[in-house]
Design a protein around this ligand. Structure first.
Ligand code: EPZ
Length: 416
């Protein structure tokens, strides 16, 4: 596993371009199965999770070609509807091929992806949606087999606005006869991007971005060309990295409306954020003040930014409070920050952070993708050197992270 070495850095400054969204590219790549044709997906970040999704699609019979940030998927010869654990176990998003396979072939056999450090990551809401559309499923030996002679439109109400379940049900419903209504669905920008892609392919999806989506099934879909939206979590992470070093950074290719809750919180604590079209400038000079955060489904504060902002709070004198409402175990980074002299107390879903003049560099372990990002943020402003082990986690979700930070003046290096 690689190590990310972060030395105490001066104020970050300059500009970087934000890459395409990992969490939008993954479902859109999976949805290419539906078209039986050729799609060209642009602005796809170079990440290990994307590589794994491409491996899964190739396993199913898709022809994949990648040139820089453009991936072409030819799904005309998909000849397999089963995905083994050695593939699904690597990324939870692998389960997103279930909906497209079910829609196109009437069956799918996908190994359950299993949990990860942040939670058990069940797929019961996905399976309930498939059942509402008329599919049956059997879970045996860690795999779920889903089948249906013919799906039919249904009214589906999700117990929780699950991003993945919303995406999987959309993909299962677009070729389903009749009308499907999904209520209490997720409204994240990645849902809207998936719907935009599928509508370009000939689908009829309305309401993406709200809590009610209406899908009128069509007979077939054709491949198309689509550009992935910017990665709002990468952008938010770079904004926090700028703030923690009292920097002055401009991010290019950012969608301000995808980050309103993060921008609102950073502004509240005293960070100066200005929008210039698709660019955002983050300037942090005055001493910032404490606040409280509660993670919520979009448009609330994103859980994927929780650990990064906690790292920033360690440098703000006073008490800040974070409540995590989405995942059951998303404070794994706390013991690592405590090794850097942080004063954080976790009680259930709440972390109380007592900032007292900063942190000291140490050797720490990344426990998941966003925890790793939090440790990088902490290391930028901590005194001395921070060595982050298990840095391969960062390659899962941050494209050219080291280069982007270096371009802004950070003293970082990846040791393979
Ligand atoms: C997506 O995961 C993202 N991943 C996650 O980003 C993100 O944290 C999450 O949405 C929430 O925004 C991708 O898009 C690839 P959920 P997903 O279904 O779809 C429970 C990152 O760091 N749930 O909205 O798996 C679940 O346990 C990753 O980029 C069920 O109970 O998230 C969790 O508590 C981490 N049953 C909550 O819902 C289900 O069937 C939210 O999960 C599905 C989910």
């Amino acid at each position: 596993m690689s190590r990310f070495i972060v030395n105490s850095s001066k104020a970050l400054s300059g500009e970087v371009c934000v890459s395409g969204s990992k969490n939008s590219a993954l479902p859109i790549l999976a949805s290419c199965i539906l078209t039986g044709g050729v799609s060209t997906i642009k602005n796809v970040p170079v990440l290990s999770d994307i590589e794994i999704m491409c491996t899964i699609l190739s396993h199913l019979g898709c022809k994949i070609n990648r040139v820089d940030d453009v991936i072409t998927v030819d799904s005309s010869n998909v000849n397999c509807t089963a995905v083994p654990f050695e593939l699904t176990g690597k990324i939870r998003a692998s389960f997103l091929v279930a909906g497209p396979l079910l829609a196109r072939f009437g069956r799918a056999e996908v190994s359950l992806p299993g949990g990860c450090t942040i939670g058990t990551r069940p797929v019961d809401l996905h399976l309930k949606g498939f059942s509402d559309l008329g599919a049956e499923h059997i879970i045996k030996d860690g795999s779920v087999s889903i089948s249906c002679k013919e799906l039919s439109g249904a009214r589906i109400c999700l117990d929780f606005p699950s991003v993945g379940a919303t995406q999987n049900i959309i993909m299962a419903a677009v070729l389903t006869k009749g009308q499907t209504i999904i209520e209490n669905c997720a409204s994240e920008p990645e849902i809207v991007d998936l719907a935009d892609f599928l509508n370009k392919c000939g689908a009829n999806i309305k309401g993406a971005g709200t809590d009610k989506i209406v899908i009128d099934g069509t007979n077939s879909l054709k491949g198309c060309t689509h550009t992935i939206i910017p990665d709002r979590i990468e952008a938010g992470t770079l904004m926090v990295a700028s703030a923690v070093t009292a920097g002055n950074v401009t991010l290019k290719n950012v969608n301000y409306s995808h980050l309103s809750s993060v921008i609102s919180k950073l502004t509240e604590i005293g960070v100066c954020i200005t929008e210039f079209g698709s660019d955002i400038n983050i300037k942090c000079t005055m001493p910032v003040k404490t606040t409280s955060i509660k993670t919520m489904p979009f448009p609330g504060f994103p859980t994927d930014m929780q650990s990064q902002i906690a790292a920033l709070f360690c440098f703000i004198n006073g008490t800040s409070v974070i409540t995590e409402t989405i995942f059951e175990n998303r404070f794994m980074y706390v013991p690592e920050l405590i090794r850097m002299n942080a004063d954080i107390k976790v009680d259930g879903r709440t972390a109380v952070i007592n900032g007292k003049g900063g942190l000291v560099g140490a050797e720490v372990n990344a426990t998941d993708l966003r925890a790793g990002a939090a440790l990088v943020v902490a290391g930028l402003a901590a005194k001395g050197k921070t060595i982050i082990n298990n840095a391969d986690y960062l390659k899962r979700g941050y494209c050219n992270f080291e280069d982007k930070l270096k371009k802004l003046g950070a003293d970082v290096i990846i040791e393979e």
